[in-house]
Design a protein around this ligand. Structure first.
Ligand code: MOS
Length: 703
C-alpha cells in the first residue's frame, strides 16, 4: 500500500517559537538520564581516586574489599584490561587522560586508581571507601601564578594557533599617546552540569553498547573503538537526554572504566561520578594570568594590541585555554600580537568550558578597552566604533557578516546608555554605589562534517535522523524546525531521532558548532527529499529516504572570518559597607545569524549571561597547595550564582544575514557568557572608581 506525501507548502518554521519536543517527558520524569536507564543484572562501579598529587601506586590491597558484601571485582593497574593509550582521537593526538589502570603513575590528586564493582551502588561505594591504596609519594607542584619561569609556548593544534603577529607592537606602543598596560587574572572554574556524568556499558550480541551522557555519541563511540581496538561498527553509544555538558562531556575515565568492567564481568556495569569526583575527572577551565598592552592615539584609535595569556595544563596532556584570540577578531590596530603560554603542573587536564578562551580572555581585553576609554576620555561604545575593522584585523579576510556595532546601537538604546555620566563613583542610593558598564562579545561560528537522513513515511509524517546531542539546549526541537521549514510541512508532522552513534557520524554539540553543522546536513537531505517527492508517485511502506554528508561542502567553504557577535550591558550596585556587588540588570544583544527557535535561543543567551555573572562575582575553585587537591570540591564549597543573585536579564538579537552562507545559522551556545564579566567589572569601576583585574570580584576585594 502506498500513500501520497504530506507536503502542504507550510513554510516559516525556522524562527517560530516552539517548546522543547521532550519538554513534557523531562518535567514529568518520563525522560530517563544515563544513570537511570534500567538493565537486568546491572552491576555498579565506584571509582577510587588517588589521595596524593604525584607518585607511584605501591599496592592496591583489594583482598579485604573483595570479601565485602556484594563486591564482584576490583579493577586497577595490576589487573585491568589493556587499552591502546596511544590512540589518536578526534583531537588528532593521543589522549592519555583516559588511559586509566594502565600504569602505576599518579599524575594528580583525584586520578582513578581503582574501580570497585558490586551488586549495588551502595555496596560498591562502601567497598571503595574501604579500599586501602599505598603510594610512593613524590613532591608535587600545583602553584599557578603569573610569570612562572617554566612557562613555554605550545605547538599549534588543530584548534589553537598559540601566537600571531602583525606589525611592530613595540614601535607602535612607543608612538602611542595613551597606553594601557595591565594584568588580569581569572581563577580555576568548573562546569558543574546538573546531571553528573554517568555511563552504562554492556556487551550485546557481540557489540559494545554504551548508554551515556555526552556531547557527541559518534565521538565517544569512535574514541572507545580506538581505545579498545574494536571495529567502530561494533560500538554503539547512545545519549538520549543530557542534563548539561558545557564542554565537559566527551570521553572521560568513567566510560572507560565501565567498558573494562563489563568486559571482565560480562554483565552490564554502570559508573556514575559523584559531584566531588567531577572536580578531578571531567576537565575544568584553567586559571589564567593575562597581560594586555593597548597603545592608542589621543582619540582612542588603536595603534597596538598585545594580549599575552598564561594558563596551565597537566603533565599528561596539553590543553591551551585560548584567551588571547579575541583581539584577532574584534579590533583594528596597526600592530597586533597575541600569545599563549602554558605551565605544566601536577593537576588534572583542563578542557573546554563554555566559551573556552573567549570567556576569560574577554574579561581581560574588554576590561582593558574600558581602561583605555577612561584614559582617552572617550565613551566606551564610541571607542569600539573608532576601532571597528573592515576585515579580519590579523587575517585580512572578509567577515561573513559582522553586526557588532548594530548590537551596541540597539543595546545602548534599550539600556539607556545615552544618559550615562561617564565619571565614576558619583551615583549613590543609600549605602549602594551604582554604576553601568559594557563590553563586546564574539565567538567563532565553526562547522563540522555531519551526515543526516530524512524520510517521508507512508503515513504522511517525516522522520529526521541526525546524530546530534541535545545537551539541554533544545537541539531536537531546532532540527525539527529546520526540517519542517525546508520540507515546507507542519512541524507536528516531523519527528527527530538523535543521540545514537548508529545513526551515523555528525558533529558534536560543542564549540557552538552543533546547530550550524547539523542544520546544514538536515537541510541538504530535506531539500533532496522534497525534490524526490516532487517527482510524484507514492510512498512505499519503508518510506522514501534522502541522505546527506556535508564533508565536501564544508571543504569547499570560502575563507572568511566567521563569528557571532554581541554587546553586553550591566548595571551594578556596590554596598559601601560590606563590599557586596549586586548585579541589577544585564542586557545582551547578539548578532548570531538566523535564530532557529527564539524561545530556546533566548534561554541559551540568558544561561550564558547568568554564568558570566557567576564568573564575575562568585566562581573560584581553590587548590590546596599541600594536598594538591581542591578545597571544598562540591556545590557547597564552589560558589556560583543562585536565583537570588540573578536579576532582570534580557537577551535579544539584531538581524544578521550571512550572504552566501549555505545555512546562515551561527552558534549561540558560548557567546552569552563572553564579555559579561568585563561588563560587570567595568560597571563596578563606574560605581566605585576602582578597577578589578582579578576575578571573582569578592567583597573582600571590593573593600
Ligand atoms: Mo562547548 S565549551 O565546546 O561544550
Amino acid at each position: 500500500m502506498t500513500t501520497t506525501t504530506g507536503i502542504t507548502g507550510v513554510a516559516g518554521a525556522i524562527g517560530s517559537v516552539r517548546t522543547r519536543v521532550e519538554g513534557r517527558d523531562k518535567v514529568t520524569g518520563a525522560a530517563r538520564y544515563s544513570g537511570e536507564v534500567p538493565f537486568a543484572e546491572l552491576a555498579h562501579g565506584w571509582l577510587v581516586l588517588s589521595t596524593v598529587a604525584r607518585g607511584r601506586i605501591r599496592s592496591v590491597q583489594d583482598g579485604p574489599v573483595l570479601a565485602m558484601p556484594g563486591v564482584l571485582t576490583v579493577l586497577h593497574h595490576g589487573n585491568a584490561p589493556r587499552v591502546d593509550i596511544d590512540y589518536v582521537g578526534m583531537l588528532g593526538r593521543p589522549n592519555p587522560i583516559v588511559g586509566i589502570f594502565q600504569h602505576d603513575r599518579v599524575p594528580f590528586a583525584g586520578w582513578p586508581v581503582a574501580l570497585v564493582v558490586a551488586e549495588t551502588s551502595e555496596q560498591a561505594r562502601e567497598a571503595a571507601e574501604a579500599l586501602v591504596v599505598e603510594y610512593d609519594v613524590e613532591p608535587h607542584d600545583v602553584a599557578f601564578r603569573a610569570g612562572r619561569p617554566d612557562a613555554y609556548t605550545p605547538q599549534s593544534t588543530p584548534m589553537v594557533q598559540p601566537e600571531t603577529e602583525k606589525g611592530d607592537v613595540e614601535a607602535q606602543l612607543d608612538a602611542s599617546a595613551v597606553v594601557v598596560d595591565a594584568e588580569y587574572t581569572t581563577p580555576e572554574e568548573h562546569h558543574n552540569p546538573m546531571e553528573p556524568h554517568a555511563a552504562t556499558a554492556r556487551w550485546d550480541g557481540g557489540r559494545l553498547d554504551v548508554v551515556d551522557s555526552n556531547q557527541g555519541s559518534s565521538w565517544v563511540a569512535n574514541e572507545l573503538a580506538q581505545l579498545f581496538s574494536l571495529d567502530p561498527a561494533s560500538v554503539r553509544v547512545r545519549s538520549e537526554h543530557v542534563g548539561g555538558a558545557f564542554g565537559s562531556k566527551g570521553l572521560s575515565p568513567h566510560q572507560v572504566a565501565a567498558v573494562m568492567a563489563t568486559t571482565v564481568l560480562q554483565r552490564p556495569v554502570r559508573v556514575v561520578l559523584t559531584r566531588r569526583q567531577m572536580f578531578s575527572l571531567i576537565g575544568y577551565r584553567s586559571p589564567t594570568a593575562q597581560r594586555i598592552r593597548l597603545g592608542a592615539d589621543a582619540d582612542g584609535r588603536l595603534r597596538a594590541l598585545d594580549h599575552q595569556a598564561q594558563s596551565l595544563t597537566s603533565t599528561v596532556y596539553e590543553f591551551i585555554e585560548s584567551s588571547a584570540v579575541l583581539g584577532r577578531v574584534l579590533y583594528d590596530a596597526d600592530a597586533h600580537h597575541t600569545l599563549h603560554r602554558l605551565v605544566r603542573l601536577d593537576v588534572p587536564t583542563p578542557t573546554w568550558m563554555r566559551a573556552p578562551g573567549e570567556a576569560p580572555g574577554s574579561f581581560a581585553l574588554e576590561s582593558a578597552l574600558d581602561e583605555l576609554a577612561e584614559k582617552c576620555g572617550v565613551d566606551p561604545i564610541a571607542l569600539r566604533v573608532r576601532n571597528e575593522p573592515e576585515t579580519g584585523p590579523v587575517s585580512g579576510l572578509p567577515f561573513s557578516s559582522r553586526n557588532v556595532l548594530a548590537c551596541f546601537e540597539e543595546g545602548a538604546r534599550r539600556f539607556g546608555w545615552a544618559d550615562r555620566d561617564p565619571r565614576p563613583g558619583l551615583r549613590r542610593e543609600g549605602r549602594w554605589l551604582i554604576g553601568t558598564g559594557t563590553a563586546a562579545a564574539t565567538y567563532p561560528s565553526g562547522v563540522g562534517p555531519s551526515t543526516a537522513a530524512v524520510t517521508a513515511e507512508p503515513d504522511g509524517t517525516f522522520t529526521v535522523r541526525i546524530n546530534a546531542a541535545d545537551v539541554g539546549t533544545g537541539a531536537r526541537t531546532a532540527m525539527l524546525l529546520v526540517a519542517a521549514d525546508t520540507l515546507g510541512v507542519d512541524p507536528d508532522s516531523v519527528r527527530v531521532r538523535i543521540a545514537d552513534s548508529d545513526i551515523g557520524p555528525a558533529m558534536i554539540a560543542g564549540g557552538s558548532m552543533g546547530t550550524r553543522s547539523w542544520a546544514w546536513a538536515v537541510t541538504i537531505a530535506a531539500n533532496e527529499l522534497r525534490e524526490l517527492l516532487a517527482l510524484g508517485g507514492g510512498i512505499p511502506p519503508e518510506g522514501i529516504t534522502a541522505r546527506s554528508d556535508t564533508a565536501e561542502a564544508i571543504g569547499a567553504l570560502s575563507q572568511k572570518e566567521r563569528h557571532s557577535f554581541g554587546a553586553q550591558f550591566a548595571e551594578v550596585a556596590v554596598d559601601v559597607d560590606t563590599g557586596e556587588v549586586r548585579v541589577r540588570r544585564l542586557l545582551g544583544i547578539y548578532a548570531a545569524g538566523t535564530i532557529v527557535n527564539p524561545l530556546t535561543a533566548r534561554s541559551q543567551f540568558i544561561g550564558g549571561m547568568t554564568w558570566g555573572l557567576s564568573m564575575a562575582l562568585h566562581e573560584e575553585a581553590v587548590r590546596d597547595q599541600v594536598s594538591g587537591g581542591h578545597v571544598g570540591p562540591d556545590l557547597a564549597g564552589y560558589h556560583f550564582a543562585a536565583h537570588a543573585d540573578v536579576p532582570l536579564i534580557e537577551a535579544d538579537w539584531v538581524d544578521d544575514p550571512v550572504p552566501g552562507d549555505p545555512v546562515a545559522i551561527k552558534g549561540i551556545g558560548e557567546i552569552g557568557i563572553v564579555g559579561v564579566a568585563a561588563a560587570i567589572a567595568n560597571a563596578v569601576w563606574h560605581a566605585t572608581g576602582v578597577r578589578h583585574r582579578e576575578l571573582p570580584i569578592r567583597p573582600d576585594r571590593v573593600l
